[in-house]
Write a protein that binds this ligand. Structure first.
Ligand code: PXL
Length: 276
């Protein structure tokens, strides 16, 4: 049976991230991607000014209710950028109903490089921490994990002890696995470090200079695509890191304006090769 994911993210109409990334990557991995759009924005909020924002909070519950009447089955629920504080409760309810038997993957999208994104505050971080208690797998970056745990944020830390403290803090909330993104051995590398089943592991590779938008969503979607194709957490982290860096490399070589997102489309053969 083909697997189905319910992807709970915004639609940023331009500037590849969230649903415009999750849909094609999961589809390429052979997985049906149903969507619960949290908001519609003309662009994402990082690097553009004057963007529109349509909050879809009031639409979410009626959509979920309709799905309940269909007895819809989901193998996984993958949440990312939420459009309001109230959506945390709605996702909680989705987890308890249609998500009872699903793998719940939470990317607590709200911050990076030591700063909250526009529109998010510490109350949201506390609410997101509560939602993470219900997740099977969480994939925060260092900034998000430290904000949720009330730890010092050292987003350029090269110390495994610090990463492991954040990972253990997230695991103590309840998830079975935590993949911490943005870990580095030195200024020339980047990747992800995880804790699961009592072990730590990582995949850290050579870094391409600069901040590329939407790469967290490329990483999360590739990770889930690999995981639902039967790969282990280590193999899924490896696939997602190698693929994300391949997409960044193509964008770097093409010289594209980084705020429009990375060429994850052109790099798809790399991902498919890694998960086959
Ligand atoms: O990729 C994370 C993300 C998703 N959606 C929107 C964003 C961001 C990051 O800034 O602004 C709307």
């Amino acid at each position: 049976m083909q697997k189905r994911v319910i992807a709970v993210h915004d639609i940023s109409c331009v500037g590849k991230c969230s649903l415009t990334v999750a849909l094609p990557i999961l589809s390429a991995c052979g997985i049906e991607c149903s969507v619960l759009p949290t908001a519609v924005l003309s662009t994402h909020t990082g690097g553009f000014t004057g963007y529109t924002f349509r909050d879809l909070t009031d639409d979410l519950e009626p959509i979920i209710k309709h799905w309940q009447s269909l007895d819809l089955h989901a193998d996984a629920i993958y949440t990312g950028y939420l459009g309001s504080f109230r959506q945390l409760d709605i996702v909680n309810m989705l987890f308890d109903t249609l998500g009872k038997d699903a793998i719940k993957l939470v990317d607590p999208v709200m911050a990076d490089n030591g700063l909250l994104y526009k529109g998010f505050d510490m109350d949201f971080a506390a609410g997101m921490r509560d939602l993470c208690k219900k997740a099977d797998i969480v994939i925060p970056n260092i900034t998000e994990a430290s904000l949720m745990l009330g730890e010092e944020c050292v987003y350029e830390s090269k110390a495994p002890e610090y990463w492991h403290k954040l990972i253990d803090g997230m695991l103590s909330l309840g998830p079975k696995a935590c993949v911490l993104t943005g870990t580095m051995r030195d200024g020339k590398t980047i990747g992800a470090t995880y804790g699961a089943d009592g072990v730590y592991g990582d995949c850290i590779k050579n870094r391409i200079e600069g901040y590329y938008h939407g790469t967290g969503d490329v990483f999360g979607s590739a990770f889930l695509g690999a995981y639902l194709n039967g790969k282990s957490v280590q193999q899924s982290v490896d696939a997602a890191v190698i693929y994300t860096i391949a997409a960044i490399e193509r964008t770097y070589k093409a010289g594209t304006d980084r705020k429009y997102g990375v060429d994850f489309e052109g790099a798809l053969p790399v991902l498919l090769d890694l998960i086959k």
